[in-house]
Unconditional design. Sequence first.
Lengths: 275, 288
Amino acid sequence: MELTKNITLGVYLPGKSSIHNLDPRTKIITATIMIVLLLISRSYAAFALSALFTGFLITLSGVPAGYAMRGLKPMLPVLAIMWVFQLFLFKAPDTTVYFHWWIFEATAAGLHMGNLIILRVLFLFTVTTFLTLTTSVVSLTDGLENLLKPLRAIGIPSQELVMTLVIALRFVLILAEELEKIIKAQMARGVAFDRGNFIQKTRKIFPVFLPLFIGAFKRAEELIVAMDARSYTGGKGRTKMKTLHMGRVDLGAAAVMIVYGGMLIYIIISTEPMI
Amino acid sequence: MSIEVVNLSHSYKEGTPFEKQVLFEINLSIGEGEFVGIIGPTRSGKTTLAQHFNALHIPRRGKVLIDGLDTKDKRADLVKIRHRVGYVFQNPEYQLFAPTVGEDIAFGPLNQKLSREEVEGRVREAMAQVGLDYRALRDRDIFALSGGQKRRAAIAGVLACKPGVLVLDDITAGLDPRGREEILSVIKELHHRRNLTTIFISNSMDEVAAMAERIIVIDRGRVIMDDPTRKVFARFKELRDIGLELPEVTVLIDSLRTAGFNLPAGVLNISEALTSISAALRELEARK
Ligand SMILES: Nc1ncnc2c1ncn2[C@@H]1O[C@H](COP(=O)(O)OP(=O)(O)OP(=O)(O)O)[C@@H](O)[C@H]1O
Ligand SMILES: [Mg+2]
């Protein structure tokens, strides 16, 4: 019984690669650009280039590729259901019909729509996971705070928002750990989580939620006390222990991004969209 | 019931960069009606090993046999194994998940699909066994219990499943001396009265000395001793080297021994110390 093994979002895998050494701001901006480009990609060729580039980054970082993708495993059933829904329910005029049954029609348009959505989710997830895998919580916070600082001028409490975001990210793993403990405790007294079909398993999950939420609130309360005890009063006036520096690696990264972005935009414009 | 562990190894986060092996080729067997202590310094792998006994962990390398049943066997009824091998978690906060004491204790029997009356009977019996007042505490909020009561409620929740083996994972941690005494006497009583096979995990040597007939010592994922209690205590220097705290009498008697007094090795408690010291003194008198 080990749930936390498949949680990679919010986990940091220390390393010494050039990706690890990038300024967090560079990584955050890069990830944002990659995500925006993915959201406007609509052709298989564009996704192929993105896959190549992401593969290149993962190799460069030294994060084992299997581990970087591992977090997708628990999502697979949900993705499969999404894909089937699109395949049968997405409607478009004059498209090839592969298969017809009662009110359901599997169409070419549905197939491509399903693929597009799955690809987007896959890439979104991989890019964000990759960002947290190669960036420690501290530098992620510093980077985001620094980038969002201008928002303070128009009255948005950016530092507090970043703090909230980072804590939320940390809670992914904490909640998974908590969940594992509760499931184990219930298994020890005769609930067969590891048995039955998908629906039976899903039904057994419900009695787990109440203790999970109680546990989460307790953890949150402890965190509040700990922050209070260290006189956290929000972002205003807080100074940094480390200052951020852009270096030669960051310049290189910018160059690589310009080449990749240019190529991808060219492909997006010049190729036929899948749907 | 008997438990047999054969060449068991275990790694956490296997197949990820965080992989860490915590059990190395463990071999041991625990027979019907035994009272075995498992001790080891913190993080030595006691909990991990214990959670193999009730199939919360399924071995990937090596195997665990419960009454001859292999937990790795696809056809093995794991739910039944978990009811037969009762496991009390190290941290009662995680073990107790229902809102009230009664509901929590009823959780196991309800999973056994017993009738309402039978479940209620089990709850009453289990609460009596651990010394919790059924009438006063049945509908009490779990969070309103004291540390010692929580422990007892946790044990009752496991006893209500009528296990043949009781695995107690560091159940006295964080209790005051009195709460500790009370829990220990409950456990002793259960073992004697019901001949329950009991596996008592702890990192306090004092406790294990007072409770167990046989001790298994674990250090960094390996079994380094597996002998009758006295024999293990006689090797107390090694125990101290791996970071275990020894009963003060054992240390005291041993320093007297090295100073030349004729005293036995591996003295476990004050009363034994008293008898052996007075015997030694009498011997000295006689020689004069
Ligand atoms: N879910 C987990 N994921 C990863 N590592 C774990 C997990 N649970 C335990 N470990 C690690 O396995 C090792 C053994 O832990 P275990 O809890 O079995 O030791 P223990 O002897 O019970 O310790 P303690 O006396 O503190 O209860 C420790 O190094 C611990 O960090
Ligand atoms: Mg433990």
